[in-house]
Design a protein around this ligand. Structure first.
Ligand SMILES: [Fe+2]
Ligand SMILES: [Fe+2]
Length: 139
């Protein structure tokens, strides 16, 4: 375990956050009609959370001596509302997993503040996943 490995991991997380911000903005425009209304509202509410995550990661990567990622991770663009929600849920669950792993790495490096913040971000993503699961049950 070394600092470079953590920086690489956090940069992957950052690319995922930029991707999520772009994907949620894109999907909230494409989620039309009554079936799309609930998803549109939810995504609009969650975009500021993801932006907060991206800003934190940008700062912490810089603090650790790395160069923060500015390219969003690419994503699929299903046109069906249910497929959108399924994709978003899968991505949120992946984010929970990655933040938990990287919190552990930060802990091993003695970076307690980073560890705690990454755990909070894992909890945020867990909440997003729960909200998406609720929508999915109604589709
Ligand atoms: Fe996020
Ligand atoms: Fe999220």
């Amino acid at each position: 375990m070394n600092k470079e490995e953590l920086i690489r991991g956090l940069n992957d997380d950052l690319a995922a956050e930029w991707g999520t911000i772009v994907r949620y903005t894109y999907q909230s425009s494409k989620a039309v009609g009554l079936r799309g209304a609930e998803l549109r509202d939810l995504l609009a509410k969650e975009i500021p959370d993801e932006l907060g995550h991206a800003r934190y990661l940008t700062d912490v990567i810089t603090d650790l001596g790395g160069d923060p990622q500015t390219q969003p991770k690419d994503f699929d663009k299903p046109s069906d509302i249910k497929a959108m929600v399924e994709l978003d849920l899968k991505m949120e669950e992946t984010d929970v997993h990655n933040y938990s792993n990287h919190a552990q790495m930060a802990d091993e490096l003695g970076l307690t503040g980073v560890k705690v913040k990454l755990e909070e971000m894992a909890a945020d993503e867990y909440g997003h996943a729960r909200d998406l699961r609720r929508i999915l049950r109604g589709l």
